[in-house]
Ligand binder design. Structure first.
Ligand code: PMV
Length: 328
């Protein structure tokens, strides 16, 4: 189900349903934190939420999580249950919506592998906000969804660039650039559909940690890192044009170049490099890690059918699935 279809699900007073997809970054992760442009697209899998009145008489809202890197009940009280970060997200919902959230039960089911740079926390944030607004029968604009989702994303990621929750709340493929003076979010319409194989290594150590470690490395070699970020910006600029013109071989080459820079930034790992090499040997037009790196996922662009690469990843012992960006 895509974003547009999910908007048609009507919530009632008894139960409301919502959905938000995961995401991949085609170019510009990490550099985007320093004000460089990046390109991101939604996945065709995501997080589903059902919101209803709480059945038990225990105090506070309950999140019943499945597939969010944790399966079980989450309660925000100081001595509550569940991982700290999910408890923090529920506590933030109370700050945002007030005590009326305390009477609710949110059931979340995620098909996005958690901690792999595929936007599971941003999808959870957007889906929870959409679900609550449907439950309360309060209309909300996509801009306000994005603003509220950012408040939740900060619980998960500290000070994110905002690319994850922006692409997830808008849907499709976007060009994203944010610095102190401007925020530019522009839709990109691919001339040709783009098919990807996604290969998964183990979970990464966390986006916040990866961003902080890179900042510390960059502070020791500022000029060199500025050159790398300028190179990544140029890749995103050329990639945007290549996507709009349907030049997929060029998009693939640019992904390979971006991967080279990500390796130079020390956010790649031997396993991520192995999956990129494997995909290229199997005929991918290009391959790179996606998201914060240090583990997580690789995306490989193919001309047509991603199955041979998905099968090669699985045969080598890695979870894998296919996804695509449609033309419109
Ligand atoms: O949370 P991830 O793994 O999808 O990474 C997000 C992209 C980064 O550029 C690494 C961080 C950010 O805030 O943009």
């Amino acid at each position: 189900m895509n974003h547009e279809q999910s908007e048609n699900l009507s919530g009632g007073a008894d139960i409301a349903f919502s959905y938000a997809p995961g995401k991949i970054i085609l170019s510009g992760e990490h550099a985007v934190v320093y004000g460089c442009p990046a390109i991101a697209a939604t996945l065709d899998r995501g997080v589903r939420i059902a919101v209803q009145s709480r059945k038990s008489d225990q105090k506070g809202p309950v999140l019943k999580a499945s597939g969010l890197g944790f399966t079980g009940h989450v309660r925000p009280d100081p001595d509550g249950e569940g991982p700290e970060v999910l408890r923090g997200a529920l506590a933030r919902l109370i700050e945002l919506y007030g005590d009326r959230v305390c009477d609710l039960e949110l059931m979340a089911d995620s098909a996005i592998p958690a901690g792999r740079g595929l936007g599971s926390s941003a999808a959870l944030s957007v889906a929870m906000i959409r679900g609550l607004h449907r439950f309360f029968e309060e209309a909300v604009s996509p801009e306000v969804v994005a603003e509220l989702a950012l408040a939740l994303e900060k619980v998960f990621h500290g000070n994110p660039s905002g690319i994850d929750h922006t692409v997830i709340s808008q849907g499709g493929l976007i060009w994203y650039k944010k610095n102190s003076s401007e925020l530019r979010v522009e839709k990109i319409i691919p001339k040709r559909a783009m098919h990807f194989a996604v290969g998964l290594t183990g979970p990464h150590a966390g986006t916040k940690q990866a961003v902080q470690a890179l900042r510390s490395r960059a502070s020791r070699h500022e000029t060199l890192y500025q050159h790398i970020f300028a190179g990544i910006s140029q890749i995103a600029t050329e990639m945007r044009l290549a996507i709009s013109e349907g030049k997929l071989a060029a998009v693939g080459e640019l992904m390979n170049l971006n991967q080279g820079y990500l390796n130079a930034l020390s956010v790649s790992t031997p396993e991520l490099e192995k999956l990129c090499t494997m995909a290229r040997e199997k005929g991918a037009l290009g391959a790179k890690l996606t998201g914060a790196g240090g583990g997580g996922a690789v995306i490989a662009l193919v001309d047509d059918d991603p199955k041979p690469i998905v099968n090669a990843f699985v045969k080598a012992g890695y979870l894998s699935f296919a996804t695509k960006c449609e033309t419109e």
